[in-house]
Design a protein around this ligand. Sequence first.
Ligand code: ADP
Ligand code: MG
Length: 478
Amino acid sequence: MATTAEDRIQFKDEWEKILTFLRSTMKKSEFLTWFGQTALLENKEGTLVVGVPSEFFMAALSTRKEQILDAAQHVETATFPVRDIEIIVDGTIHKQDERIIQVERLDKNFEKQQAGTNTVTLVEGLTSKLLNPRYSLDNFIVGPSNQLAYAAAQAVSQKPGEAYNPLFIYGDVGLGKTHLLQAIGNAIHRRDKKKVVVYSTSERFVNEVVEAIQKRQTAQLKKKYRDIDVLIIDDIQFLAHKDQTQIEFFHTFNVLYEARKQIILSSDRPPKELMLLEPRLRSRFESGMIVDVQMADYETRLAILRAKCQERGFMMDPELLEFIAHNTTSSIRELEGILNQAIAQYELVRKTPTIQSIGLLLQKLNRNVDLGKYADTSKKVSIQTEDEVIEIISKYYKLPTEDVIGNCRKKEIAVPRQIAMYFCKIELGRTYERIGELFNGRLHSTVMHAVSKIQTEMKKDGKLARDINALREEMGFL
Ligand code: ADP
Ligand code: MG
């Protein structure tokens, strides 16, 4: 399947997230050396194809495949679950390639973030996924769908080991379980830096136990876990079938529980439906507080979108937010994914989000897009008048319409004006005379010159060409 421009934008966005996470798992020099010239080229049904410029890089990255996979799964990309990583040599990749992420920028961001946030203290030898400081109780939007879970999370983060133990949060994928679990861990650790908070997924826990069994070190493992204050295990449903691990977990659980250490678990279903879990483990899970998270209602979805836009410093037309909220009904992850892609399209190719462009993103997820009250907007084929051209240009370049029409010769204003003239000529087919009249009584030859200048410049200036393309689409001519 050929990759489209949309795919490339999405891949770049996904790769950036994965790299951001990878940075937190390795040394600066290692990260900058090996990941500076990599690009996510394709997603073959869950296998991410990562391109590198030479055999040399391929060898280096191959030894880090597990780490990359782990990062990809941690990030849990918006549109697909990742199962494997394939690394290939692609000779066309080079430093200035537009597919390449500026890793120096990610590194700077990471260092800035590290300066201001907590790192997790761990008991020697114990592995824990780092808590992601992005998740907090403050940036969790509360609505009827998650009110109870949120209240329980708050109580536990204030009085770990006392209020509700264990706390068991369940619900479908993408509804905020990991967010809440991590937020509790962050809150506890922020309040008391000495508290040892361990966040893990049940898969990781399984691996750890299996390894300990192989090395005959289960006693050490037990001892390590005994020293922690808060144990968070995400997606506990994956413990099913793993009998030996379940027994280990049962012991760990008991030790911690009896020492009044806080245990927090999540799952895709309530304990009583975890059929392949040992009955005694199940009943332990049922002994604390069990809360569910459901899909947010429309108002909450809208509030989440507004909050995420604000977090990203991105202004989006309220109507578009309503449109997204109206059409993403299955998970918050999906809702966020759509928003992120719309923002990425804007940041990378200056494509202003529209009902149409968001409708396309939704369709890619095989959603039936309900245009609702926007049906008319979408049917509107293209704009009809010069005034509309001027209005769209003025919005796009954030200039007053008077400036677009007026006489100011500054480049930031003169170029948008020439573009406006170009559209009046090329798309609306107006005469040079008519356009001249409209633009402050300019001469026919001035307009002609402006139009041909844009046509020539477009061929040389990629940014201008992209702007014009975005505008053409916005006006409905594409
Ligand atoms: P789960 O673990 O249930 O599959 P996540 O916790 O990973 O879901 O949530 C998916 C995404 O949606 C995350 O980026 C998370 O921050 C966001 N999210 C979910 N619920 C909320 C909420 N109520 N407020 C803000 N963000 C949310
Ligand atoms: Mg999760």
